[in-house]
Design a protein around this ligand. Structure first.
Ligand code: SF4
Length: 129
């Protein structure tokens, strides 16, 4: 990517009621896990927000986020590991976001997707949910 990589992290609304995002931000700040790929790049965290939750129309919530991301120059979106584990709309989110941005489907922990019923060693935030 030429120019600055402007990143948004979008977390699961229901999880954000219990989690302050420590795992996501630790990974971002230390170039670990899903952010390891950006070593040597000029990166900026532009947005850290939730997905609006599972409502009657969660896709409308996501579309509103997308418009805000575009307004502030986001070019890369990381969908959080908690969304990957527990959001029934995860695949739809990835597809919609990919129409506008580079998309990475997790933030911290393993690159391999795990089901919500599986434990995620080292991810204490997830084990509490
Ligand atoms: S991915 Fe982990 S650290 Fe980030 S918001 Fe979800 S539970 Fe919290």
């Amino acid at each position: 990517m030429s120019g600055k990589r402007k990143i948004a992290i979008i977390v699961r609304h229901e999880t954000s009621q219990k989690c302050i995002g420590k795992g996501c931000l630790r990974a971002f700040n230390s170039f670990e896990d899903s952010f390891e790929r950006y070593h040597g790049e000029d990166i900026e965290l532009v947005a850290f927000c939730d997905d609006g939750g599972v409502t009657d129309d969660p896709i409308e919530n996501l579309k509103a986020r997308i418009e805000q991301f575009k307004k502030y120059g986001v070019n890369t979106v990381h969908v959080s590991t908690c969304n990957r584990a527990k959001n029934p709309n995860y695949e739809t989110m990835l597809a919609l976001l990919a129409e506008e941005f580079e998309v990475v489907g997790y933030t911290h922990g393993s690159a391999k997707r795990k089901l919500s019923s599986e434990t995620q060693p080292g991810d204490e935030e997830h084990n509490k949910l």
